[in-house]
Design a protein around this ligand. Structure first.
Ligand SMILES: [Zn+2]
Length: 206
């Protein structure tokens, strides 16, 4: 079943090869890791059944909030519908995982808007590829007073922030950015809460 690779570098089981190839398409997994995981799964212990059930449930129930883009099982999500959250305060992030450190810190009482990606003209990611029309509707509908730009401290984050600045230029709202504190080139999602809170407290007009 789990015999060594044959001369062609492939297992004698097409089913196992198929599993390794499928796993190898996952982000961050090369053939070596994919093979290790595949062998672990088929060697039993109930892990495979558990994983199949977890994947089926997650794929069936998890979605993006149609208002903010957060990962949720209810649409709109509980942050968008909570009466305790200030709709006039909108925090723009690039990825749903960027919401997590804010929520963990517990200092932000507004709502979010997830862009999904950052502008990167060199990679062909342009304004039309981001949900800016939905963002403008959101600013309108929620009567947003302050937009907080909370993007990664990278060239793409900077480019996107400048675009949002232009987009908000004619609107009667306060535009702010997180202060320095996030390491340049670092990822917002993995910043510790204290650093993030300091950056939030000292956010400045932009
Ligand atoms: Zn939402």
């Amino acid at each position: 079943m789990t015999g060594p690779a044959n001369d062609g570098g492939e297992f004698q089981s097409p089913a196992l090869e198929n599993l390794v190839r499928s796993l190898g398409r996952l982000p961050g997994l090369g053939r070596k890791s994919a093979t290790r995981i595949a062998l672990h799964l088929i060697d039993g212990g109930g892990t495979a059944e558990e994983l199949i059930a977890a994947i089926t449930t997650a794929v069936g129930q998890v979605r993006h909030c149609s208002r903010c883009g957060a990962i949720t099982e209810d649409d709109p999500c509980r942050i968008c519908t909570s009466p305790r959250r200030d709709p006039g305060l909108l925090c723009i992030v690039s990825s749903p995982v960027d919401i997590l450190p804010f929520e963990k810190g517990g200092f932000f009482g507004g709502r979010y808007f997830v862009l999904g990606r950052l502008l990167s003209p060199l990679d062909g990611v342009r304004a039309r590829d981001l949900p800016f029309d939905r963002l403008e509707r959101r600013l309108e509908e929620d009567g947003v007073r302050e937009v907080i730009i909370a993007l990664d401290a990278s060239v793409e984050g900077e480019t996107t922030a400048l675009y949002i600045q232009q987009l908000c230029g004619n609107r009667d709202l306060h535009l702010t950015r997180l202060a320095t504190g996030i390491p340049v080139g670092g990822s917002l999602a993995y910043t510790d809460e204290v650093t993030l809170q300091r950056a939030y407290q000292f956010r400045r007009s932009f």
